[in-house]
Each structure stands twice: as C-alpha cells, then as structure tokens.
Design a protein around this ligand. Structure first.
Ligand code: TPP
Ligand code: MG
Length: 445
C-alpha cells in the first residue's frame, strides 16, 4: 500500500500520460483502506513495472530490434481537392465565399505576374537580385488566409504571397526591390528582403533558419502576454537541416510556445534535391520526436492548406503549444536569379508540375466548376495585373535612391561616434571623387 502511494507522484511527474490512471489507482487504494472488509482488489504492482529512466515514456521489451526509418509508409498528405479542382470529401470543403476565393485567386495570379516582371527586370540589369515563388502560391495564400492579421509572421524569403495577402502593396514590393527612397528599408536590404512592422511581418534575413529561434522567442513573449495570438514561422525543407531548426523546434516544444512551424517542402535546396538532403520521412516525421503535433499537406491544394493552418492555429492558441506543418509543393522557378536549374533537373520534371499539378490552375478549375470564373475573366484579369505591375515598375524606376546619409542610420537608436566618423569619411570621399559615383541618383540630404 505504502509502496503504491509513494510510486504515484513519482510516476505522475515524469509521465503525465499515466497521471489519470495513477490518480485513479490512488483513490482506489484509499477507498480500499476505508472499505477493508469489502472484496475490492488491490491494484497489481506490475502496473508500475515500467522503465523509470528520466526522459523515456516507453515500456520494456525482450526483443533485440533496431527501430528503422521504414517502419511505416510515411505520413499521408492531407488534401481536399483533386487535381481537377473537385472536392473529394464535401465535409472538408471550407466553403469559403465567392468573394474570398476570388481574392485568393487574384492574389495568387497577381503574385505570379509580379514575379515574371521583376524576374525580367533583374535579367535586364534594372535590379540586382530576385526570387520567384512560381508553384508555391497555394502555400502562401492558403496559410495567410487562415491567420489572424495580428499574428506575427517570420518568413524565410520565398513567402511574398503571405505579405501580399496581408496588404503589402505592389508599390511597396517594387520599391523594395528597386531600393529607392520610398523603400521602407531605404535601400539597405537586398531585394525580396521585405519587412513591415504595421503588417506584423518581421524583416527577412538570408542566413538560413535564423528566423526560427527568433520566432520561438516571439511566441514565448506572446504566451506570456496572453494575447491569444500566435506566431507563424515559414522555412524551407533545406533550412530544416540547420542546427537552428533543431533549437527552435525543441525550445518551442519544451516551453509550450504558440507557434506554427510552416515548412515549404518544394523539393530542392538550391541544387540539392530532397533525397540528398535527408533520409527520413520528410520534415513532418521529425515533429513527434520533438513532441510536436505534426501534419503533412498538399501545398498545391489551397483549400487543404487553409484547413490545416486554421486547425493548427486553433490548437496552437487553445493549448499553447507548437504545431508543425509540412506543405508539399514544387519550386517551378530557378532558386533565384543567381541560379540556372537546368544544370541539375530536367525540363520534363519542371513541366510536369507546371502543367499537371499547379496550385493556380487547380483553384481556377475549382472556380470554373462553380461558375465563378471563365476564360474572359481570366484574360481581362491577366491584362489588368500586367498593367498594374508595369505601371508600378515605371514609377519606381523614376524615383531616386535615399540620401547617402541614410546608409548608416537605424542600426542604433543614436548613431555612435565610430559610425559618425565613418559617415563623414564616406561623404568626404564622395565629394572628392564625385565624378566616379552616380551621385545624381541619390536624393540630397
Ligand atoms: C546558413 C546558410 N547556409 C547557406 C545559405 C545559402 N542558401 C541560400 S538559400 C539555400 C537553400 C535553401 O533551401 P530551402 O530551405 O529548401 O528553401 P527554398 O529556397 O527551397 O525555398 C541555401 C543553401 C544561406 N543563405 N544560409
Ligand atoms: Mg526547398
């Protein structure tokens, strides 16, 4: 009896899952003390014959077996629509209104047009760098639509659609890529390294996975302030191989942080295909090892991405714990303007995804099935988007760059003496050799 009671708190602390059984056992035992004369059974001591090692939740075995990576078929891919845009199980149709679906479709296609034009701008030497999101539009818009606008977003760099859904304007995108005086970052970031406080979108930084522990820190702060909000952190499957990814997942799990880890598995980390990146069942399979509820979703099915992110948000906020989503998709474009993917993958492979499994065409089929979209609307909208983006680019190109003085500002609240000195030296140098610098392209102070 005494042994049983002593064992209970010990078991509960380490293994919360046994808590209710243990509490029941104790109350049974206590009852037994009071009802000695009845025939009630003392619980079997074998119930507690489980390994007591701190940090394990398993049972004993006498079989000598290695746990292999191929013990199961893999985590299934959740989908709502088939490739023809038909809903498979009507109970999973989120039944978004025509207005919402049209907004999502228009956003995805606008992003697509903006990507084409800014990609070409880089090829023509008008901007220094660009990254497209071709083929991944469903992951951006499907997830963004399921969030609260106040939820904090940490991106990797290929999530322009999330920002577009939040309300970042074409002017803001294009000014950032041109690094002109109207760019919020005043030209001090590489193109596509967007960031905007008012939309709760933290500035992009290129070193892979650095956003992940930072996002967990934000989520921890949100948990402490009890706002009912959460963080979503986007990252590529390539970034998941960074040590920072491990640190982030483990901290989020152990500190019970309200964060959605959203992995875009697009098949490549630049030229490295997934089969050379990892040997396990993708990224979702890592979640349970961290104690994180995880799910895999068809990233080319915007409705599935929406459902999964919405459910994840609910879980994250209600239970204050992280969730891991692995959205399966395909990077149709080159990694960036610094890459030529024909060196490491076939044209046929890319064509398959472009023609047979594209998130935009799938949503279009869904809309056409409902009579919400047709060829003439498509044609008019395509022309409209092209016009809008071209006009924005023309405007952005005419704008000067921010004054040279701005270059070293905003790093510190107050500029320290060593930066002041450097700034004076830069200005004196440009003054002396002004004929070698395009000084007229910069706004005067
Ligand atoms: C720490 C670090 N290592 C390497 C790089 C170079 N790099 C930039 S993007 C990239 C691939 C990332 O792939 P993934 O996370 O799958 O994202 P995707 O580009 O496919 O969207 C690499 C290796 C980097 N930016 N940072
Ligand atoms: Mg990738």
């Amino acid at each position: 009896m005494a042994a049983i009671i002593r064992a209970v708190p010990f078991t509960c602390i380490r293994y919360p899952k046994y808590k209710s059984a243990a509490i029941k056992t104790v109350s049974n035992a206590l009852q037994f003390q009071r009802l000695e004369s009845t025939s009630q059974q003392i619980p079997k001591l074998e119930e507690f014959d489980k390994p007591q090692f701190p940090g394990s939740q398993s049972r004993w075995t006498e079989k000598l077996e290695f746990v292999r990576g191929d013990i199961y078929d893999g985590i299934p891919v959740y989908r709502v629509m088939n490739r023809d845009g038909n809903i498979i199980d009507p109970s999973h149709d989120p039944k978004l209104s025509q207005e919402t679906i049209t907004k999502l479709y228009k956003g995805m296609t606008l992003l697509n047009t903006m990507d084409r034009i800014l990609y070409e701008s880089q090829r023509q030497g008008r901007i220094s760098f660009y990254m497209t999101s071709f083929g991944e539009e469903g992951t951006h818009f499907g997830s963004a639509a399921a969030l609260d606008p106040q939820d904090m977003i940490y991106g990797q760099y290929r999530e322009a659609g999330v920002l577009m859904y939040r309300g970042y304007t074409l002017d803001q995108f294009v000014n950032q890529c041109y690094g002109n005086k109207n760019d919020i970052a005043r030209g001090r970031q590489m193109p596509v390294h967007y960031g905007i406080k008012s939309l709760n979108f933290v500035s992009i930084s290129s070193p892979l996975a650095t956003q992940m522990p930072q996002a967990v820190g934000s989520a921890y702060a949100l948990k402490r302030s009890q706002t009912g909000l959460c963080v979503i952190c986007y990252f590529g499957e390539g970034a998941s191989s960074e040590g920072d990814a491990h640190a982030a997942l483990n901290f989020a799990a152990t500190l019970n942080c309200p964060i959605i880890f959203f992995c875009r598995n697009n098949g490549y980390a630049i030229s490295t295909p997934t089969h050379e990146q990892y040997k396990g069942d993708g990224i979702a399979a890592r979640g349970p090892a961290y104690g994180i509820p995880s799910i895999r979703v068809d990233g080319n099915d915007i409705l599935a991405v929406y459902n999964v992110t919405k459910a994840a948000r609910q879980l994250v906020v209600d239970e204050s714990k992280p969730v891991l989503i692995e959205a399966m998709t395909y990077r149709i474009g080159h990694h960036s303007t610094s890459d030529d993917s024909s060196a490491y993958r076939s044209v046929d492979e890319v064509r398959f995804w472009h023609q047979k499994d594209h998130p935009i065409s799938r949503l279009r089929k869904y809309m056409e099935n409902l009579g919400w979209w047709d060829e003439s609307k498509e044609k008019a909208w395509k022309e409209e988007t092209k016009k809008q983006v071209m006009q924005t680019v023309v405007k952005a190109e005419k704008l000067k760059r921010a004054p040279i003085d701005e270059m070293l500002k905003d790093v510190y609240d107050e500029m320290p003496p060593h930066l002041k000195e450097q700034l004076e030296a830069i200005k004196a140098h440009i003054e002396q050799y002004h004929e070698h610098y395009p000084v007229d392209n910069y706004e005067k102070n």
